[in-house]
Ligand binder design. Structure first.
Ligand code: MG
Length: 302
């Protein structure tokens, strides 16, 4: 992680660390006067216990009380804790809507969700959610019965799928600011994007069993050389094809990507899997036998 990302990670770090693993936010962040409203000492003690349980970082409530816990309150608050409901837009609900493709065609992350999305991306939650996706893809890959003719391929998107542009987005409001093609393309030409470790794990698994990766990206043909250099530098190699958008293409992302997949199929390849961070990576026939959607709350490509 770069120094700047460390800086952001520090910004989102909890304020108080208690014990070896337990994390509690300071009261001005979290309690919002609830404790002051408690009418009796007994109720105050109960509320204090509940709030403490809700804000624990990694201790279970049973460690505090010795009693079994049915439903820790922390799960209701989301990874951004009170950030999820501060400022009007409930960021955790908005993000669920995005990932489920109920919220569509959005241009920017809601302004009040910058902290929530930043916390999600820089903390452990993003990696954990990505791991769930890749674990499923990995298990599916292990069930594949290859025909032995070398025709099975798996389509990978690049940005926020194989390579992460988080260093760029961390400097630009985690998607709360309108997309700036000039500054983003300048960043792409640095060739400094980072490998997404979960995707790399899947990529290497597929190579090991004889499924050929095909990289299909909205990056343009003039970015081929730097994209190859970036991928190789980050440990990706051995792909069958790197398909970039050709000059003059005017259609939607779905039309572009489904059209390229159709060409693969017409050439006799069997698309056994397809993974991307955008719904436009995985919608539009032929989608592939199975599709996998990685999380991306920072931008939408239709
Ligand atoms: Mg992408």
């Amino acid at each position: 992680m770069t120094a700047e990302l460390n800086h952001f990670a520090m910004m989102f770090a909890p304020r108080t660390v208690v014990g070896r693993d337990c994390v509690i936010h300071s009261a001005d962040d979290t309690i919002d006067g609830t404790l002051r409203a408690a009418p009796t000492m007994a109720m105050a003690r109960m509320l204090l216990l509940l709030v403490t349980m809700a804000l624990l970082g990694s201790c279970s409530a049973s460690e505090l009380t010795g009693a079994p816990v049915i439903h820790p309150l922390r799960q209701l608050l989301g990874s951004g804790r009170v950030l999820a409901s501060r400022g009007g837009v409930p960021c955790d609900s908005w993000m669920l809507g995005v990932e489920a493709h109920n919220v569509r065609d959005w241009k920017t992350v809601p302004a009040n969700c910058e902290g929530y999305v930043g916390h999600y991306m820089l903390g452990s939650h993003y990696r954990r959610d990505s791991k769930v996706v890749v674990d499923e893809a990995f298990a599916y890959a292990e069930t594949l019965k290859l025909a032995g003719k070398g025709k099975e391929v798996w389509v990978f998107d690049i940005d926020e799928t194989t390579l992460s542009n988080l260093p760029y987005y961390a400097k630009h409001g985690f998607g709360t600011k309108p997309f700036n093609a000039t500054s983003f393309n300048a960043y792409v030409l640095e060739g400094s994007a980072l490998a997404l470790p979960e995707t790399k794990r899947l990529y290497k698994k597929l190579l090991s069993i004889g499924v050929k990766p095909v990289l299909l990206t909205g990056r343009t043909e003039d970015q081929r050389a730097i994209t190859i250099a970036n991928l190789l530098h980050q440990g990706f190699s051995g792909w069958m094809n790197l398909l970039l958008k050709q000059p003059g293409f005017k259609g939607s992302a779905i039309a572009y990507k489904s059209g390229e997949r159709q060409k693969l199929q017409d050439a006799g390849y069997v698309i056994v899997g397809n993974i991307g961070d955008q719904w436009s990576d995985i919608l539009g026939a032929p989608e592939g036998t199975r599709t996998f959607k990685l999380p991306d709350p920072m931008y939408y490509i239709g």
